[in-house]
Design a protein around this ligand. Structure first.
Ligand code: PMP
Length: 353
């Protein structure tokens, strides 16, 4: 607390991201990054762009990147908004598109940035409990609200909500914005972007941090009706006109154009996820059905915090959340085949010991 802070700052409870350790000799399975590097075409594009043109500001509208996203999604460039990571896109969404007159709704077990943004932007919110199987129960969202947001697949559970239920929610909730946060959709989900044409209140948010292996570049996007995109642009242009640098835009465009790399990489992650889930099941873990690049698992007798610290001693880091109902779970990002094998071997030793 400093006497120089504005009054609101002392009241904030900021989001705490997963640890980014300095040491490289760790098996890092704690923040859902890809275990291998991005498309070589993205790296070439970034290098090619590192020249004297960096003295110039980037295109404030990131026109090429909006077009590249639109081509991948089968929508118009005018239906795309881009930002500095999907976290920034989400922040602008909270500011631009949620109404303060009724509570914003999101799952009680979900991305922990949502309550942070809600408080930051002075929005009322209510959390809606996941059902007994840890699923997002969209039938429970049919009530007065100032907006609805949930990840699909959900984080940290990895569980997918079928598109048919999302369409039913949209049909029943035409007056406020519904945001589907698809950070992990490429690992087994079906995107709600196909529903944009039918529902002007739908915003789909995606990121290049996961399935394109570009968490370090900070590129996220939103897809929706032109009116929603214009709302986001108004906030962005009142905050930072140039959220994406020249290198980010060039790398992102090339990554989106590399369909072969994308297919190969996500297929590998899905294959490793199935191997990891099976291995954990063999060690007695209950593993929630994951459509993401991580699994959420608990052991019937080994306390999660003890497992986490025993793994850490073996240079493997995974994520734990101290929240009711999920405090016996570990969230484990899907690594390479070798990472997954090392994790399973370490867990086997820990449990046997
Ligand atoms: N949404 C969800 C559900 C996430 O887990 C994350 C990653 N922490 C994000 C959004 C933000 O990702 P980024 O800012 O890297 O695009």
């Amino acid at each position: 607390m400093s006497r120089f802070w504005s009054p609101q700052i002392a009241e904030l409870s900021p989001y705490v991201p997963g640890e980014q350790p300095q040491s490289r000799n760790l098996i890092k399975l704690n923040t859902n990054e890809m275990p291998f590097g991005p498309s070589p075409r993205a790296l070439e594009a970034i290098s090619a762009c590192a020249d004297d043109s960096l003295r110039l500001y980037p295109d404030p509208a990131s026109t090429r990147l909006c077009k590249a996203f639109a081509d991948v999604q089968g929508i118009r460039a005018s239906q795309v908004f881009v930002g500095n990571g999907s976290d920034e896109v989400l922040a602008h969404t909270f500011r631009a598109l949620f109404q303060p007159t009724a509570p914003l709704l999101f799952p009680d077990i979900s991305y922990s940035f949502y309550p942070v943004y809600a408080r930051f932007f002075d929005l009322n919110y209510q959390t809606v409990p996941l059902n007994a199987d840890f699923e997002v129960e969209l039938a429970d969202y049919h009530r007065e609200n100032g907006g609805i947001i949930f990840p699909n697949p959900n984080a940290p559970t990895g569980i997918l909500t079928p598109l048919s239920r999302i369409a039913a929610l949209l049909a029943d909730n035409p007056d406020t914005v519904v945001v589907v946060d698809e950070a992990y959709v490429d690992f087994g989900g079906e995107s709600a972007t196909a529903l944009i044409a039918d529902y002007p209140n739908l915003l789909v948010v995606q990121t290049l941090s996961k399935s394109r292996a570009l968490a370090g570049l900070r590129v996220g996007a939103a897809f929706g009706h032109e009116d929603l995109i214009e709302g986001l642009s108004r906030v962005k242009n009142s905050f930072n006109s140039y959220p994406l640098g020249r290198l980010s835009e060039a790398g992102a465009v090339a990554a989106l154009e590399d369909a072969d790399w994308f297919e190969r990489s996500r297929t590998m992650v899905i294959r490793n996820r199935e191997m990891l889930s099976k291995g954990l099941g063999g060690l007695g873990f209950e593993v929630l059905p994951s459509a993401a690049n991580f699994v959420f698992a608990r052991h019937p007798s080994e306390p999660a915090l003890e497992l986490q610290s025993a793994l850490r001693q073996r240079d493997i880091i995974v994520r734990h959340f101290s929240q009711a109902r999920i405090d016996q779970f570990l969230r484990i990002s899907v690594g390479t085949e070798e990472h997954c094998a090392a994790l399973l071997e370490a867990l086997q030793e820990i449990i046997a010991g």
